[in-house]
Ligand binder design. Structure first.
Ligand code: DAH
Length: 363
């Protein structure tokens, strides 16, 4: 059979493929239910690796004089398939739109769902409240580091070297890479380190408060290995225990209410002489309505301990370069968690640090 005697093999094969191709493509579009499925089908049929491209490639085998006509046929079929695609696409889109329009109407009067706002942690809130009281009494706020030299945490505060607080069992000692081998470093066990730092770098008169995290090897329902303290001190000429009592009584009344009873009991801290603890009348049985005998918070004493305090020991002043013959001062320190736990009757200190939103959001 010569090439000009009618249709060649190649031509026949292409004609046959084209004839089957059109209806198959249109049927495939017809079964596509979503725009995504439809576009996927289009890529399979008309794409670079699609059926039509394969047919076009076959054109090379058709006799030269048939190629033009065949090419036109291919383009004709492609145009038909494209039309079928567009038609199906607009059918799918208008079905979607109709579904939207017929759906239950959107209720614009429904209240919006606003994003929840966070707030400061209760410990931070109470710390700020306490610091604000002292600020309003003329104290300045200073900060100190949580990783501290033994010298600032214990030695200059006149702790004897064998004091139990300095023991490995009670403090978290820290190894500092690259530090001299005799450098003794620990996580501060109280905020009293700020006294040492501030007194060593300033000259009286000074009235300073500080606060922050402190660390001890303690862990039960009322003790956490990390907790918070507020510390304050005042140094000037002729400061006496009367100023200590005046300032701390005023503080307690601003925090617990203007008619709160306050008392001072002798106590011992190595860095003060004399030393005391301040108590406020128990807020849980303050009505004195006969419940005191059973009050578990104050253990039926009618008093709650709120802070430690005292006149700064002359040795501590000397260690910090302040002349104890000329200056005297008082100092105090308190636990922030205790204030919160008493105020809200929180039974377990760990609740404060688990940060469960159901708990924290109540403050
Ligand atoms: N640092 C003491 C403690 O952690 C609290 C304290 C007591 C601080 C008496 C003081 C003070 O400044 O004068 O238990």
């Amino acid at each position: 059979m010569s090439s000009d005697s009618g249709s060649s093999d190649g031509e026949l094969r292409i004609e046959a493929s084209l004839a089957a191709f059109g209806p198959r493509a249109v049927a495939a579009f017809g079964t596509a239910a979503t725009e995504q499925e439809l576009r996927f089908a289009r890529a399979e049929i008309l794409g670079k690796k699609g059926e039509l491209t394969a047919i076009l490639r076959g054109l090379g085998q058709a006799p030269a004089d048939q190629r033009r006509a065949l090419g036109e046929r291919v383009n004709g079929v492609r145009a038909e398939v494209e039309l079928a695609f567009e038609a199906r696409l607009s059918a799918i889109t208008s079905a979607l739109r109709a579904a939207d329009l017929n759906a239950a109407p959107f209720d614009m009067s429904l209240p919006g769902r606003s994003a929840e706002r966070g707030h400061l942690h209760p410990i931070t809130q109470v710390s700020n409240e306490i610091l604000d009281i002292f600020r309003s009494l003329g104290f300045e706020v200073a900060w100190g580091p949580q990783i501290e030299l033994e010298e600032h945490n214990f030695t200059k505060l006149a702790f004897p070297p064998d004091h139990p607080a300095t023991d490995m069992q009670d403090s978290f000692w820290v190894k500092v890479t690259g530090a001299p081998s005799d450098a003794r470093v620990l996580l501060r066990t109280h905020t009293s380190n700020v006294q040492v730092r501030e007194m060593s770098t300033h000259t009286p008169p000074m009235a300073i408060v500080s606060g922050g995290s402190v660390f001890r090897r303690d862990d039960d329902v009322t003790h956490s290995p990390m907790f918070h303290q507020i510390e304050g001190f005042l140094v000037d000429e002729s400061v006496s225990f009367a100023e200590l009592k005046g300032v701390l009584t005023e503080f307690a009344r601003r925090l617990y209410g203007p008619s709160t009873p306050v008392r001072f009991r002798p106590s011992y801290f190595p860095f003060v002489e004399p030393g005391a603890e301040a108590d406020v009348g128990c807020v849980f049985c303050s009505e004195d309505d006969g419940t005191r005998a059973t009050c578990r918070v104050c253990k039926a004493t009618g008093w709650l301990e709120i802070l430690g305090c005292g006149m700064i020991h002359p040795d501590v002043l000397t260690h910090c370069g302040i002349d104890p013959e000329r200056y005297t001062g008082f100092a105090f320190g308190m636990g922030v968690e205790r204030v919160l736990m008493l105020r809200y009757n929180i039974p377990d200190i760990r609740l404060l640090f688990e940060n469960d939103p159901r708990f924290v959001a109540q403050f």
